[in-house]
Design a protein around this ligand. Structure first.
Ligand code: BG6
Length: 533
Protein backbone atom coordinates (compact mmCIF):
# COMPACT_ATOMS: atom_id res chain seq x y z
CA UNK A 1 0.00 0.00 0.00
CA UNK A 2 1.27 3.46 -0.89
CA UNK A 3 2.25 5.64 2.06
CA UNK A 4 0.50 8.48 0.33
CA UNK A 5 -2.83 6.93 0.94
CA UNK A 6 -2.75 3.90 -1.37
CA UNK A 7 -3.54 3.61 -5.00
CA UNK A 8 -6.49 5.48 -6.38
CA UNK A 9 -9.66 3.41 -6.70
CA UNK A 10 -10.19 2.06 -10.17
CA UNK A 11 -13.57 2.30 -11.82
CA UNK A 12 -13.82 -0.30 -14.55
CA UNK A 13 -16.60 0.17 -17.02
CA UNK A 14 -17.64 -2.35 -19.65
CA UNK A 15 -18.42 -0.87 -23.05
CA UNK A 16 -22.09 -0.16 -23.64
CA UNK A 17 -23.93 -2.99 -25.39
CA UNK A 18 -24.21 -1.31 -28.79
CA UNK A 19 -20.45 -0.77 -29.03
CA UNK A 20 -19.58 -4.45 -28.84
CA UNK A 21 -17.98 -5.54 -32.07
CA UNK A 22 -15.90 -8.73 -32.09
CA UNK A 23 -12.86 -6.90 -33.47
CA UNK A 24 -13.08 -4.22 -30.84
CA UNK A 25 -14.04 -6.40 -27.92
CA UNK A 26 -11.73 -5.69 -25.04
CA UNK A 27 -10.26 -2.67 -26.82
CA UNK A 28 -12.38 -0.23 -24.84
CA UNK A 29 -12.27 -0.70 -21.14
CA UNK A 30 -12.41 2.35 -19.00
CA UNK A 31 -10.41 3.06 -15.91
CA UNK A 32 -10.98 6.51 -14.50
CA UNK A 33 -8.60 8.04 -11.98
CA UNK A 34 -9.42 10.60 -9.32
CA UNK A 35 -9.06 14.24 -10.46
CA UNK A 36 -5.54 15.55 -10.08
CA UNK A 37 -3.16 18.31 -11.07
CA UNK A 38 -0.42 17.12 -13.41
CA UNK A 39 2.54 19.42 -12.83
CA UNK A 40 5.12 19.29 -15.61
CA UNK A 41 8.54 20.67 -14.71
CA UNK A 42 10.37 21.65 -17.88
CA UNK A 43 7.08 22.60 -19.52
CA UNK A 44 8.71 24.75 -22.18
CA UNK A 45 10.64 21.69 -23.43
CA UNK A 46 10.03 19.58 -26.46
CA UNK A 47 8.60 16.52 -24.69
CA UNK A 48 5.75 18.48 -23.11
CA UNK A 49 4.53 19.80 -26.44
CA UNK A 50 5.23 16.68 -28.49
CA UNK A 51 4.22 13.89 -26.15
CA UNK A 52 2.92 14.73 -22.70
CA UNK A 53 0.15 17.23 -23.39
CA UNK A 54 -1.00 15.48 -26.60
CA UNK A 55 -1.22 12.25 -24.55
CA UNK A 56 -3.22 13.95 -21.78
CA UNK A 57 -5.48 15.55 -24.37
CA UNK A 58 -6.06 12.16 -26.05
CA UNK A 59 -7.02 10.67 -22.66
CA UNK A 60 -9.42 13.56 -22.08
CA UNK A 61 -10.84 13.19 -25.56
CA UNK A 62 -11.42 9.45 -24.99
CA UNK A 63 -13.30 10.30 -21.80
CA UNK A 64 -10.69 8.64 -19.59
CA UNK A 65 -9.89 11.65 -17.40
CA UNK A 66 -12.22 13.43 -15.01
CA UNK A 67 -13.11 16.80 -16.54
CA UNK A 68 -11.55 18.59 -13.56
CA UNK A 69 -8.04 17.27 -14.33
CA UNK A 70 -5.60 20.18 -14.51
CA UNK A 71 -2.24 20.43 -16.22
CA UNK A 72 0.17 22.94 -14.76
CA UNK A 73 3.29 23.86 -16.70
CA UNK A 74 6.16 24.81 -14.39
CA UNK A 75 9.54 26.23 -15.26
CA UNK A 76 11.94 29.13 -15.08
CA UNK A 77 10.72 30.65 -18.36
CA UNK A 78 8.13 33.42 -17.90
CA UNK A 79 4.90 32.53 -19.66
CA UNK A 80 1.26 33.49 -19.29
CA UNK A 81 -1.49 30.87 -19.01
CA UNK A 82 -2.71 31.88 -22.45
CA UNK A 83 0.72 31.58 -24.07
CA UNK A 84 1.07 28.11 -22.49
CA UNK A 85 -2.37 27.11 -23.78
CA UNK A 86 -1.50 28.32 -27.29
CA UNK A 87 1.78 26.36 -27.34
CA UNK A 88 0.03 23.22 -26.08
CA UNK A 89 -2.77 23.57 -28.62
CA UNK A 90 -0.16 23.72 -31.35
CA UNK A 91 1.44 20.55 -29.92
CA UNK A 92 -1.87 18.67 -29.89
CA UNK A 93 -2.63 19.75 -33.46
CA UNK A 94 0.80 18.82 -34.73
CA UNK A 95 1.65 15.67 -32.81
CA UNK A 96 -1.59 14.38 -31.28
CA UNK A 97 -2.99 10.92 -31.98
CA UNK A 98 -6.54 12.24 -31.92
CA UNK A 99 -7.76 15.21 -33.85
CA UNK A 100 -8.36 18.37 -31.84
CA UNK A 101 -12.04 19.08 -31.36
CA UNK A 102 -12.96 22.57 -30.22
CA UNK A 103 -15.54 21.40 -27.68
CA UNK A 104 -13.10 18.97 -26.02
CA UNK A 105 -10.24 21.44 -26.22
CA UNK A 106 -12.14 24.28 -24.54
CA UNK A 107 -12.82 22.12 -21.46
CA UNK A 108 -9.26 20.75 -21.42
CA UNK A 109 -7.71 24.20 -21.93
CA UNK A 110 -9.51 25.64 -18.90
CA UNK A 111 -7.45 23.29 -16.79
CA UNK A 112 -4.14 24.39 -18.38
CA UNK A 113 -2.17 26.74 -16.15
CA UNK A 114 1.40 27.94 -16.00
CA UNK A 115 3.55 28.85 -12.99
CA UNK A 116 7.08 30.27 -12.91
CA UNK A 117 9.25 28.31 -10.50
CA UNK A 118 12.69 29.34 -9.31
CA UNK A 119 14.31 26.30 -7.74
CA UNK A 120 17.09 28.30 -6.08
CA UNK A 121 15.25 31.28 -4.66
CA UNK A 122 13.51 31.34 -1.35
CA UNK A 123 9.80 31.53 -2.11
CA UNK A 124 10.54 30.23 -5.60
CA UNK A 125 7.63 27.77 -5.34
CA UNK A 126 5.01 30.27 -4.16
CA UNK A 127 3.48 30.87 -7.60
CA UNK A 128 3.13 27.11 -8.15
CA UNK A 129 1.61 26.57 -4.73
CA UNK A 130 -0.92 29.27 -5.43
CA UNK A 131 -1.91 27.80 -8.79
CA UNK A 132 -2.28 24.37 -7.18
CA UNK A 133 -4.45 25.82 -4.41
CA UNK A 134 -6.63 27.40 -7.10
CA UNK A 135 -6.91 24.08 -8.93
CA UNK A 136 -8.00 22.37 -5.70
CA UNK A 137 -10.49 25.12 -4.90
CA UNK A 138 -11.94 25.85 -8.34
CA UNK A 139 -11.61 22.51 -10.12
CA UNK A 140 -11.65 20.00 -7.27
CA UNK A 141 -8.27 18.36 -7.77
CA UNK A 142 -8.34 17.42 -4.09
CA UNK A 143 -4.62 17.83 -3.41
CA UNK A 144 -3.80 14.96 -5.81
CA UNK A 145 -0.59 15.65 -7.70
CA UNK A 146 1.41 14.02 -10.41
CA UNK A 147 4.77 15.76 -10.63
CA UNK A 148 6.43 15.02 -13.95
CA UNK A 149 10.12 15.90 -14.11
CA UNK A 150 10.88 16.56 -17.76
CA UNK A 151 14.15 18.29 -16.96
CA UNK A 152 17.86 17.59 -17.49
CA UNK A 153 19.19 14.76 -15.28
CA UNK A 154 21.36 17.12 -13.23
CA UNK A 155 18.22 18.88 -11.89
CA UNK A 156 16.13 15.85 -10.94
CA UNK A 157 17.46 15.20 -7.44
CA UNK A 158 17.39 18.90 -6.62
CA UNK A 159 13.77 19.44 -7.71
CA UNK A 160 12.63 16.34 -5.83
CA UNK A 161 14.35 17.65 -2.70
CA UNK A 162 12.80 21.10 -3.09
CA UNK A 163 9.34 19.53 -3.49
CA UNK A 164 9.96 17.78 -0.20
CA UNK A 165 11.15 20.97 1.53
CA UNK A 166 8.02 22.76 0.34
CA UNK A 167 5.81 19.98 1.70
CA UNK A 168 4.55 19.23 -1.79
CA UNK A 169 5.48 15.54 -1.45
CA UNK A 170 2.64 14.78 0.95
CA UNK A 171 -0.85 13.77 -0.14
CA UNK A 172 -4.04 15.14 1.37
CA UNK A 173 -5.53 13.20 4.25
CA UNK A 174 -8.42 11.67 2.33
CA UNK A 175 -9.07 8.20 0.88
CA UNK A 176 -7.21 7.54 -2.33
CA UNK A 177 -5.39 10.89 -2.26
CA UNK A 178 -1.94 10.72 -3.79
CA UNK A 179 1.24 12.53 -4.77
CA UNK A 180 3.26 10.71 -7.41
CA UNK A 181 6.58 11.67 -8.95
CA UNK A 182 7.39 10.70 -12.54
CA UNK A 183 11.05 10.59 -13.47
CA UNK A 184 12.41 10.25 -17.00
CA UNK A 185 15.58 8.41 -17.99
CA UNK A 186 18.53 8.59 -17.79
CA UNK A 187 18.45 7.30 -14.22
CA UNK A 188 22.10 8.04 -13.63
CA UNK A 189 25.13 7.41 -15.84
CA UNK A 190 26.22 4.17 -14.20
CA UNK A 191 25.47 2.05 -11.16
CA UNK A 192 27.00 4.46 -8.65
CA UNK A 193 25.22 7.56 -9.94
CA UNK A 194 21.94 5.65 -10.27
CA UNK A 195 22.20 4.75 -6.58
CA UNK A 196 22.97 8.33 -5.65
CA UNK A 197 19.93 9.51 -7.59
CA UNK A 198 17.70 6.95 -5.86
CA UNK A 199 19.00 8.10 -2.48
CA UNK A 200 18.25 11.70 -3.38
CA UNK A 201 14.73 10.86 -4.52
CA UNK A 202 14.11 8.79 -1.39
CA UNK A 203 14.88 11.77 0.82
CA UNK A 204 11.55 13.25 -0.18
CA UNK A 205 9.55 10.46 -1.79
CA UNK A 206 8.92 6.84 -0.91
CA UNK A 207 9.68 4.27 -3.59
CA UNK A 208 5.97 3.65 -4.16
CA UNK A 209 5.44 7.31 -4.98
CA UNK A 210 8.16 7.19 -7.66
CA UNK A 211 7.29 6.22 -11.24
CA UNK A 212 10.39 5.76 -13.43
CA UNK A 213 9.11 6.00 -16.93
CA UNK A 214 10.44 3.87 -19.78
CA UNK A 215 8.17 4.57 -22.71
CA UNK A 216 8.87 1.12 -24.18
CA UNK A 217 6.81 -0.42 -21.39
CA UNK A 218 3.81 1.64 -22.51
CA UNK A 219 3.90 0.25 -26.04
CA UNK A 220 1.04 -2.14 -26.74
CA UNK A 221 3.35 -4.71 -28.29
CA UNK A 222 5.62 -4.72 -25.25
CA UNK A 223 2.67 -5.20 -22.90
CA UNK A 224 1.50 -7.98 -25.19
CA UNK A 225 4.74 -9.86 -24.55
CA UNK A 226 3.42 -10.82 -21.13
CA UNK A 227 0.05 -11.82 -22.53
CA UNK A 228 1.68 -13.83 -25.30
CA UNK A 229 3.86 -15.70 -22.84
CA UNK A 230 1.50 -16.15 -19.90
CA UNK A 231 -1.98 -16.34 -21.41
CA UNK A 232 -1.13 -19.06 -23.92
CA UNK A 233 -0.38 -22.61 -22.93
CA UNK A 234 1.48 -23.72 -26.02
CA UNK A 235 4.62 -21.57 -25.85
CA UNK A 236 5.61 -21.94 -22.21
CA UNK A 237 6.73 -25.61 -22.38
CA UNK A 238 9.19 -24.76 -25.17
CA UNK A 239 10.29 -21.36 -23.85
CA UNK A 240 13.63 -22.50 -22.52
CA UNK A 241 17.14 -23.67 -23.30
CA UNK A 242 16.01 -27.08 -24.47
CA UNK A 243 14.06 -25.70 -27.42
CA UNK A 244 15.39 -22.19 -27.95
CA UNK A 245 18.81 -21.84 -29.58
CA UNK A 246 19.14 -18.12 -28.95
CA UNK A 247 17.23 -14.84 -28.75
CA UNK A 248 17.97 -11.72 -30.79
CA UNK A 249 16.69 -8.31 -29.78
CA UNK A 250 17.10 -5.47 -32.27
CA UNK A 251 16.26 -1.80 -31.84
CA UNK A 252 17.16 -0.27 -35.18
CA UNK A 253 16.65 3.39 -35.97
CA UNK A 254 17.11 5.13 -39.29
CA UNK A 255 17.17 8.53 -37.62
CA UNK A 256 20.40 10.10 -36.43
CA UNK A 257 20.76 12.08 -33.22
CA UNK A 258 18.16 14.65 -34.34
CA UNK A 259 19.75 17.78 -32.94
CA UNK A 260 20.53 16.08 -29.61
CA UNK A 261 24.26 15.80 -30.31
CA UNK A 262 25.21 17.22 -26.90
CA UNK A 263 23.07 14.73 -25.03
CA UNK A 264 24.08 11.80 -27.21
CA UNK A 265 27.78 12.54 -26.94
CA UNK A 266 27.41 12.15 -23.16
CA UNK A 267 25.24 9.10 -23.47
CA UNK A 268 25.95 6.81 -26.44
CA UNK A 269 23.85 3.86 -27.56
CA UNK A 270 24.51 1.64 -24.52
CA UNK A 271 23.15 4.17 -22.03
CA UNK A 272 20.48 5.56 -24.38
CA UNK A 273 18.81 2.31 -25.43
CA UNK A 274 20.40 -0.83 -23.96
CA UNK A 275 20.38 0.07 -20.26
CA UNK A 276 16.66 0.83 -20.30
CA UNK A 277 14.55 -0.19 -23.30
CA UNK A 278 16.49 -3.31 -24.32
CA UNK A 279 17.05 -4.55 -20.78
CA UNK A 280 13.31 -4.23 -20.16
CA UNK A 281 12.67 -6.37 -23.24
CA UNK A 282 15.23 -8.93 -22.05
CA UNK A 283 13.47 -9.09 -18.68
CA UNK A 284 10.04 -9.59 -20.23
CA UNK A 285 11.25 -12.28 -22.61
CA UNK A 286 13.24 -14.13 -19.97
CA UNK A 287 11.28 -13.79 -16.73
CA UNK A 288 9.36 -16.56 -14.99
CA UNK A 289 5.55 -16.41 -14.94
CA UNK A 290 4.37 -14.07 -12.19
CA UNK A 291 1.74 -15.43 -9.82
CA UNK A 292 -0.51 -12.47 -10.58
CA UNK A 293 -0.39 -9.20 -12.47
CA UNK A 294 0.22 -6.98 -9.45
CA UNK A 295 3.01 -4.43 -9.87
CA UNK A 296 5.31 -5.92 -7.25
CA UNK A 297 4.83 -9.52 -8.38
CA UNK A 298 5.64 -8.68 -12.00
CA UNK A 299 8.60 -6.49 -11.06
CA UNK A 300 9.95 -9.12 -8.66
CA UNK A 301 10.10 -11.60 -11.55
CA UNK A 302 11.77 -9.10 -13.85
CA UNK A 303 14.40 -8.31 -11.25
CA UNK A 304 15.13 -12.00 -10.72
CA UNK A 305 15.87 -12.39 -14.42
CA UNK A 306 18.06 -9.29 -14.55
CA UNK A 307 19.98 -10.53 -11.53
CA UNK A 308 20.73 -13.76 -13.36
CA UNK A 309 22.51 -11.99 -16.22
CA UNK A 310 26.19 -12.78 -16.07
CA UNK A 311 28.23 -9.58 -16.05
CA UNK A 312 30.67 -9.27 -18.92
CA UNK A 313 34.17 -9.59 -17.51
CA UNK A 314 36.69 -6.93 -18.61
CA UNK A 315 38.79 -9.52 -20.44
CA UNK A 316 35.70 -10.72 -22.37
CA UNK A 317 34.36 -7.31 -23.27
CA UNK A 318 35.98 -7.08 -26.67
CA UNK A 319 34.79 -10.52 -27.71
CA UNK A 320 31.27 -10.02 -26.37
CA UNK A 321 30.54 -6.47 -27.46
CA UNK A 322 30.93 -4.44 -30.63
CA UNK A 323 30.88 -0.66 -30.83
CA UNK A 324 30.18 1.34 -33.93
CA UNK A 325 29.92 4.93 -35.04
CA UNK A 326 28.25 5.97 -38.28
CA UNK A 327 29.90 7.92 -40.99
CA UNK A 328 28.07 9.71 -43.81
CA UNK A 329 25.91 7.61 -46.09
CA UNK A 330 22.56 7.23 -47.81
CA UNK A 331 19.16 6.45 -46.33
CA UNK A 332 16.02 6.25 -48.48
CA UNK A 333 17.87 7.84 -51.38
CA UNK A 334 19.01 10.82 -49.31
CA UNK A 335 22.53 11.75 -48.35
CA UNK A 336 22.86 11.94 -44.55
CA UNK A 337 25.79 13.32 -42.53
CA UNK A 338 28.05 11.25 -40.32
CA UNK A 339 27.77 11.38 -36.53
CA UNK A 340 30.83 13.62 -36.24
CA UNK A 341 29.16 16.19 -38.48
CA UNK A 342 26.11 16.46 -36.21
CA UNK A 343 25.71 19.63 -34.17
CA UNK A 344 27.22 19.36 -30.72
CA UNK A 345 29.47 16.40 -31.60
CA UNK A 346 33.26 16.82 -31.49
CA UNK A 347 35.11 16.17 -34.74
CA UNK A 348 37.09 13.33 -33.20
CA UNK A 349 34.25 11.77 -31.22
CA UNK A 350 34.63 8.10 -30.32
CA UNK A 351 31.10 7.79 -28.97
CA UNK A 352 29.22 4.62 -29.95
CA UNK A 353 26.07 5.07 -32.03
CA UNK A 354 25.80 1.30 -32.50
CA UNK A 355 26.28 -1.51 -30.06
CA UNK A 356 25.92 -5.27 -30.34
CA UNK A 357 26.45 -7.59 -27.42
CA UNK A 358 25.95 -11.10 -26.20
CA UNK A 359 24.55 -11.85 -22.76
CA UNK A 360 24.30 -15.12 -20.88
CA UNK A 361 21.63 -15.73 -18.30
CA UNK A 362 22.73 -18.00 -15.50
CA UNK A 363 19.58 -19.84 -14.54
CA UNK A 364 17.95 -23.16 -15.38
CA UNK A 365 15.70 -21.73 -18.07
CA UNK A 366 18.38 -19.98 -20.09
CA UNK A 367 21.79 -21.54 -19.40
CA UNK A 368 23.44 -22.16 -22.83
CA UNK A 369 20.85 -20.00 -24.66
CA UNK A 370 22.45 -16.61 -25.29
CA UNK A 371 20.70 -13.30 -25.86
CA UNK A 372 22.18 -11.21 -28.68
CA UNK A 373 21.28 -7.54 -28.51
CA UNK A 374 21.90 -4.78 -31.03
CA UNK A 375 20.87 -1.19 -31.49
CA UNK A 376 22.05 1.60 -33.71
CA UNK A 377 21.29 4.97 -35.20
CA UNK A 378 21.24 5.54 -38.95
CA UNK A 379 20.59 1.91 -39.81
CA UNK A 380 18.65 1.27 -43.04
CA UNK A 381 15.26 1.32 -41.37
CA UNK A 382 13.36 1.68 -38.13
CA UNK A 383 12.49 -1.68 -36.67
CA UNK A 384 12.30 -3.10 -33.17
CA UNK A 385 11.85 -6.83 -32.86
CA UNK A 386 12.47 -9.82 -30.67
CA UNK A 387 13.40 -12.89 -32.66
CA UNK A 388 13.50 -16.28 -31.00
CA UNK A 389 15.36 -18.96 -32.91
CA UNK A 390 14.38 -22.51 -32.02
CA UNK A 391 16.79 -25.40 -32.21
CA UNK A 392 17.13 -27.24 -35.49
CA UNK A 393 15.48 -30.61 -36.04
CA UNK A 394 17.74 -33.34 -34.64
CA UNK A 395 17.59 -35.32 -37.86
CA UNK A 396 16.16 -34.50 -41.29
CA UNK A 397 14.50 -37.30 -43.22
CA UNK A 398 14.57 -35.03 -46.29
CA UNK A 399 18.27 -35.22 -47.03
CA UNK A 400 17.89 -37.58 -49.95
CA UNK A 401 18.08 -37.37 -53.73
CA UNK A 402 14.26 -37.41 -53.84
CA UNK A 403 13.89 -34.15 -51.90
CA UNK A 404 15.44 -30.75 -51.86
CA UNK A 405 15.48 -27.83 -49.48
CA UNK A 406 15.35 -24.30 -50.79
CA UNK A 407 18.52 -22.65 -49.50
CA UNK A 408 20.33 -25.95 -48.86
CA UNK A 409 19.36 -26.80 -45.27
CA UNK A 410 16.10 -26.74 -43.38
CA UNK A 411 15.86 -23.38 -41.63
CA UNK A 412 15.22 -23.51 -37.92
CA UNK A 413 11.86 -22.20 -36.72
CA UNK A 414 11.75 -18.57 -35.78
CA UNK A 415 9.22 -16.70 -33.72
CA UNK A 416 9.38 -12.99 -34.38
CA UNK A 417 7.66 -10.48 -32.15
CA UNK A 418 7.55 -7.19 -34.02
CA UNK A 419 7.40 -4.35 -31.53
CA UNK A 420 7.32 -1.66 -34.23
CA UNK A 421 6.46 -0.90 -37.00
CA UNK A 422 4.14 -3.51 -38.63
CA UNK A 423 3.24 -4.55 -35.08
CA UNK A 424 2.58 -8.26 -34.98
CA UNK A 425 3.94 -11.76 -34.53
CA UNK A 426 5.30 -14.14 -37.15
CA UNK A 427 6.09 -17.82 -36.87
CA UNK A 428 8.43 -19.20 -39.54
CA UNK A 429 8.20 -22.88 -40.30
CA UNK A 430 9.04 -25.29 -43.11
CA UNK A 431 6.41 -26.21 -45.69
CA UNK A 432 6.29 -28.33 -48.80
CA UNK A 433 6.39 -26.33 -51.99
CA UNK A 434 3.37 -27.54 -54.03
CA UNK A 435 4.39 -29.79 -56.91
CA UNK A 436 5.46 -33.30 -57.84
CA UNK A 437 8.75 -33.22 -55.94
CA UNK A 438 9.48 -32.91 -52.24
CA UNK A 439 10.79 -29.35 -52.06
CA UNK A 440 10.91 -27.61 -48.73
CA UNK A 441 10.94 -23.92 -47.97
CA UNK A 442 10.23 -21.67 -44.97
CA UNK A 443 6.89 -19.88 -44.82
CA UNK A 444 5.33 -17.42 -42.38
CA UNK A 445 2.24 -17.50 -40.24
CA UNK A 446 1.35 -13.94 -39.35
CA UNK A 447 -0.64 -12.08 -36.75
CA UNK A 448 -1.03 -8.36 -37.45
CA UNK A 449 -2.46 -5.99 -34.86
CA UNK A 450 -3.89 -3.82 -37.61
CA UNK A 451 -6.06 -6.59 -39.02
CA UNK A 452 -7.05 -8.36 -35.79
CA UNK A 453 -7.99 -5.26 -33.83
CA UNK A 454 -9.61 -2.17 -35.22
CA UNK A 455 -8.64 1.27 -34.02
CA UNK A 456 -5.26 2.86 -33.44
CA UNK A 457 -3.38 1.84 -30.32
CA UNK A 458 -2.97 4.55 -27.71
CA UNK A 459 0.42 6.21 -27.51
CA UNK A 460 2.73 4.78 -24.84
CA UNK A 461 2.57 8.02 -22.83
CA UNK A 462 -1.22 7.84 -22.65
CA UNK A 463 -1.12 4.45 -21.01
CA UNK A 464 1.72 5.37 -18.67
CA UNK A 465 0.29 8.72 -17.53
CA UNK A 466 -3.07 7.11 -16.87
CA UNK A 467 -1.47 4.24 -14.93
CA UNK A 468 0.46 6.71 -12.86
CA UNK A 469 -2.72 8.57 -11.93
CA UNK A 470 -4.33 5.24 -11.08
CA UNK A 471 -1.38 4.26 -8.90
CA UNK A 472 -0.52 1.24 -11.04
CA UNK A 473 3.26 0.87 -11.21
CA UNK A 474 3.36 -2.41 -13.17
CA UNK A 475 4.70 -0.72 -16.30
CA UNK A 476 7.31 1.40 -14.50
CA UNK A 477 10.86 0.45 -13.60
CA UNK A 478 11.51 -0.13 -9.89
CA UNK A 479 14.78 1.00 -8.31
CA UNK A 480 16.22 -2.52 -8.19
CA UNK A 481 15.40 -3.15 -11.87
CA UNK A 482 17.24 0.01 -12.81
CA UNK A 483 20.21 -0.96 -10.65
CA UNK A 484 20.43 -4.48 -12.05
CA UNK A 485 20.36 -3.13 -15.61
CA UNK A 486 23.11 -0.70 -14.64
CA UNK A 487 25.14 -3.49 -13.05
CA UNK A 488 25.30 -5.21 -16.44
CA UNK A 489 25.91 -2.02 -18.43
CA UNK A 490 28.43 -0.55 -16.01
CA UNK A 491 30.62 -3.64 -16.37
CA UNK A 492 30.63 -3.02 -20.12
CA UNK A 493 31.32 0.70 -19.75
CA UNK A 494 34.22 -0.02 -17.39
CA UNK A 495 35.71 -2.51 -19.80
CA UNK A 496 35.28 -0.11 -22.72
CA UNK A 497 37.04 2.62 -20.78
CA UNK A 498 40.12 0.46 -20.49
CA UNK A 499 39.87 -0.55 -24.15
CA UNK A 500 38.85 2.62 -26.02
CA UNK A 501 38.08 2.23 -29.73
CA UNK A 502 40.98 2.65 -32.09
CA UNK A 503 40.56 6.22 -33.44
CA UNK A 504 41.77 5.02 -36.83
CA UNK A 505 38.81 2.61 -37.04
CA UNK A 506 36.00 5.07 -36.20
CA UNK A 507 33.61 5.81 -37.86
CA UNK A 508 33.26 2.16 -38.75
CA UNK A 509 29.91 1.92 -40.48
CA UNK A 510 28.26 3.92 -43.18
CA UNK A 511 24.85 5.44 -42.48
CA UNK A 512 22.26 3.27 -44.18
CA UNK A 513 24.03 -0.04 -43.47
CA UNK A 514 23.41 -2.63 -40.73
CA UNK A 515 26.34 -1.58 -38.58
CA UNK A 516 30.03 -2.43 -38.56
CA UNK A 517 31.41 -5.57 -40.11
CA UNK A 518 32.54 -6.72 -36.64
CA UNK A 519 28.91 -7.03 -35.51
CA UNK A 520 28.35 -9.67 -38.17
CA UNK A 521 31.65 -11.40 -37.51
CA UNK A 522 31.04 -11.63 -33.80
CA UNK A 523 27.74 -13.51 -34.10
CA UNK A 524 29.11 -15.55 -37.02
CA UNK A 525 31.87 -16.68 -34.67
CA UNK A 526 29.14 -18.54 -32.73
CA UNK A 527 27.85 -20.13 -35.94
CA UNK A 528 24.83 -17.81 -36.01
CA UNK A 529 23.72 -14.79 -38.01
CA UNK A 530 21.62 -11.69 -37.40
CA UNK A 531 18.16 -12.03 -38.79
CA UNK A 532 17.61 -9.91 -41.87
CA UNK A 533 14.93 -7.38 -41.02
C1 BG6 B 1 14.63 7.29 -26.56
C2 BG6 B 1 16.06 7.57 -26.97
O1 BG6 B 1 14.58 6.81 -25.25
O2 BG6 B 1 14.08 6.31 -27.43
C3 BG6 B 1 16.12 8.03 -28.42
O3 BG6 B 1 16.61 8.57 -26.13
C4 BG6 B 1 15.42 7.02 -29.31
O4 BG6 B 1 17.48 8.20 -28.82
C5 BG6 B 1 14.04 6.70 -28.78
O5 BG6 B 1 15.35 7.58 -30.60
C6 BG6 B 1 13.42 5.56 -29.56
O6 BG6 B 1 12.08 5.43 -29.20
P1 BG6 B 1 11.05 4.76 -30.19
O7 BG6 B 1 9.77 4.74 -29.42
O8 BG6 B 1 11.01 5.62 -31.42
O9 BG6 B 1 11.58 3.40 -30.50
Amino acid sequence: MAPDGASAPVQTQAPPEQEVNPLREGVRQQRTPLPCAVVIFGASGDLTQRKLVPALYALASDGLLPSSTSVVGAGRTEMSDDAFRAAMREGVEKYGRVELRDDVWSGFAQGLRYAVVDFQAEGGFEALKQVLAECDRDRGTGGNRLFYLSIPPSGIGRVATRLGEEGLNRAADSPGAYVHLVVEKPFGRDLATARTLTEELHRSFNEDQIYRIDHYLGKETVQNLMVFRFANGIFEPIWNRQYIDHVQITVAESLGVEGRGNYYEESGALRDIVQNHIMQLVALVGMEAPADFAAETVRDEKVKLLRAIRPIAPEDALARTVRGEYGPGWIDGERVPGYREEEGVPEQSLRETFVALKLDVDNWRWATTPFYLRTGKRLPRRATEIAVQFRRVPHSPFDSPRSSVVGGTIEPNWLILRIQPDEGITLRFAAKVPGQTMRIRSVSMDFLYGSSFLGASPDAYERLLLDCMLGDATLFAREDEVEEAWRVCTAILDAWRTHPPDPAQFPNYEAGTWGPREAHDFIAGDGRAWRRL
